[in-house]
Design a protein around this ligand. Structure first.
Ligand SMILES: [Zn+2]
Length: 307
């Protein structure tokens, strides 16, 4: 890989030891060097004039939202500058940015591949965190309102008899390239276009290891048994808060039985076919595979180009 996979190139020092220091926070909120990423309904403010970059704004510009206790999160420090994300969804006219010279709010998934790797990683962090705040305004234990703390990294129940703390979640998803010699197993999800195939994937369940989840998902979806499972790499996937855990698994059987509640189809592909599919479009194979921004593409590439 010549550059980090989309969403994986963070260079923030998250400085978690400072998150409970409210004096430091106030100082940085008022620091003219601090930069804020505004999100509107989870879309990120992007400056398109530069060819695509986050349109970071100053603390002064987002002050009305901070004062209105909009959700905000400390992302981290880079080049001695503090970076934050702030939800500006409460603005009066949602179709217009708060100031005319601001950029455009754009869907994170569509813009991320065009950004510098560290900025796409900032979007993943910001999108997952702001979404978590928006979904956790009430205590899961007693139903009372919760209040953001630790610069956005926890919420505490406002009911003093309860006082429960709530923390942002990360949902692990196993995604696997299942291989057998010169062939690999790819599946077609229920909603995929007719020629589009990708690695199998599924949520890891409580009490399960990554390897067990890989073997279970492959067996459930395709009837294929697998032996050795090797970790390859991972990718945050902020829809809303998954962590894709990429593995390569060795098949120990060949007969596919598709579970049609999960997949439209699954089939074996030869390494040469996959190499063509990785070049983009279908390259005469009649099949397409996930785009380079997806971990599925990188897993397929790692396998297809090995040896
Ligand atoms: Zn509570």
């Amino acid at each position: 890989m010549t550059q980090p996979l989309v969403f994986t190139g963070s260079r923030f020092d998250r400085a978690s030891h400072l998150r409970s220091n409210s004096d430091w926070l106030q100082e940085k909120l008022n620091d003219s060097a601090s930069r804020f990423l505004p999100l509107y309904q989870l879309k990120a403010l992007i400056d398109l004039k530069t060819g695509g970059a986050i349109d970071w704004r100053s603390g002064e510009e987002v002050r009305p939202f901070i004062d209105a206790t909009a959700a905000f999160v400390f992302l981290g420090i880079a080049d001695d500058i503090c970076h934050f994300a702030i939800d500006v969804s409460a603005m009066d006219n949602p179709r217009q940015p708060p100031a005319p010279d601001w950029g455009k709010f754009i869907d994170v998934r569509s813009i991320a591949p065009q950004l510098e790797p560290w900025e796409s990683a900032a979007l993943a962090q910001a999108r997952s965190m702001i979404d978590w705040h928006n979904r956790h305004g009430f205590c899961a234990v007693c139903g009372s309102k919760t209040i953001a703390r630790e610069m956005g990294y926890s919420r505490r129940c406002s009911n003093e008899d309860c006082n429960a703390m709530h923390f942002p979640r990360t949902d692990p998803v196993a995604i696997m390239m299942v291989t057998r010699g010169d062939e690999c197993l790819l599946g077609q999800g229920i909603n995929f276009p007719g020629d589009f195939y990708s690695c199998l994937a599924g949520f890891i369940e409580p009490g399960e290891t990554i390897e067990q989840a890989v073997r279970r998902e492959v067996l459930e979806e395709t009837g294929i048994t697998t032996g050795e499972v090797r970790y390859h790499s991972s990718q945050p996937w902020p829809y809303p808060s998954s962590l894709m855990i990429g593995c390569i698994a060795e098949a120990t059987s060949t007969k596919i039985t598709v579970d049609h509640t999960e997949l439209k189809d699954a089939r074996w592909f030869h390494r040469d076919q996959v190499r063509q599919m990785l070049k983009g479009e279908n390259n005469g194979t009649g099949f397409r595979i996930a785009a380079p921004m997806a971990l599925a593409h990188q897993l397929a590439k790692a396998w297809a180009e090995a040896e």
